[in-house]
Write a protein that binds this ligand. Structure first.
Ligand code: SAM
Length: 283
């Protein structure tokens, strides 16, 4: 199967035969047809899916709004339903709004609680996204220290800090976060961020585990100043199991209310294995 595009005109070919076409203007599908003898075999779905994909409509991180004319027959209506097009104001509309991710929630929480000029730790720097984010919050007078047990994560984070012009604010070191207390003075840190699990894009066999993560959470709380925030995204699933998540939750639940506010922010209508953002504010 092949789709040839010339500006807003798409032609669907099976081998060398044109079996369908669509006319599209931006995110407006003006016309879509499959040659009658090829209908009912999934080619309409293939074409719609491809149009959506090319317009970002299948990307869960993008906000999109596609429109199409009202279908003339039941086959067209079934096709529209399959891709969540709904009748609205005399045409079909398909809207997608990105899901709030656990990491995004963490970032929004930290953005609301942290002020520039602080000392922030990224206890699992990985590919450096969180370290860069913390640098953007820390500003020129702040400091960010990232750490990871994998040299490629540390190198990549330091490279990205340099590229982003953040290398005066942040740096990453090869260090086990269970020993983060050796890197900072107790009670002086404004934020410690953990995004547990494995390094995205690398083999999954190196990942955080309960026996290191719980001491690291404890060390992070010792490092925080009063008013400081610990943020952690916990994971579970086939590869990583459930032990780390359960051990971290058990640890959070033992923390005395007189000293800590603890939030566990479950995505209640996702799978049980959905990433779990947790926050601890030191009183
Ligand atoms: C999900 S990734 C972190 C993503 C990262 N924050 C980013 O923005 O790209 C988890 C990272 O934790 C690291 N890690 C696992 N155990 C660790 C430990 N004991 N100390 C420090 N880092 C650890 C892994 O090597 C991996 O890079």
């Amino acid at each position: 199967m092949q789709i040839k595009q010339e500006k807003g005109h798409y032609t669907l070919y099976k081998e060398n035969e044109a079996i369908g076409m669509a006319v599209v203007d931006g995110a407006t599908i003006l016309r879509l047809e499959i040659v009658p003898e090829w209908r009912g075999r999934g080619y309409g779905s293939y074409l719609v899916k491809e149009l959506l994909r090319r317009g970002g409509g299948l990307d869960p991180k993008q906000t999109t709004r596609f429109t199409a004319p009202l279908p003339r027959d039941e086959a067209g209506r079934a096709l529209a339903r399959r891709f969540d097009f709904l009748p609205e104001g005399g045409r079909l509309v398909r809207r997608r709004v990105p899901d709030l991710s656990a990491v995004q929630l963490c970032h929004e929480f930290l953005e609301a609680h942290l002020t520039p000029g602080g000392l922030f730790l990224d206890a699992t720097c990985g590919n450096g996204n969180d370290t860069l984010f913390l640098c953007s919050l820390a500003g020129q007078n702040g400091r960010v220290l990232g750490m990871d047990i994998q040299p490629q994560a540390v190198d990549r984070t330091n490279r990205r800090l340099k590229e982003a012009g953040y290398d005066k604010i942040g740096r990453a070191v090869l260090y086990d976060h269970a020993r983060l207390g050796e890197l900072v003075q107790p009670g002086k840190v404004d934020c410690v961020l953990f995004n547990f699990g494995w390094l995205p894009g690398a083999e999954h066999d190196i990942h955080s585990t309960a026996d290191g993560s719980v001491p690291a959470l404890r060390a992070a709380l010792d490092a925080l100043r009063p008013g400081g925030v610990l943020a952690a995204v916990l994971y579970s699933g086939k590869v990583i199991g459930d032990a780390e998540k359960q051990a971290a939750l058990a640890f959070f639940r033992t923390l005395p209310l007189t000293k800590y506010t603890v939030l566990v922010c479950e995505f209640a209508n996702w799978a049980d294995t959905a990433p779990l953002p947790c926050f601890v504010i030191k009183k």
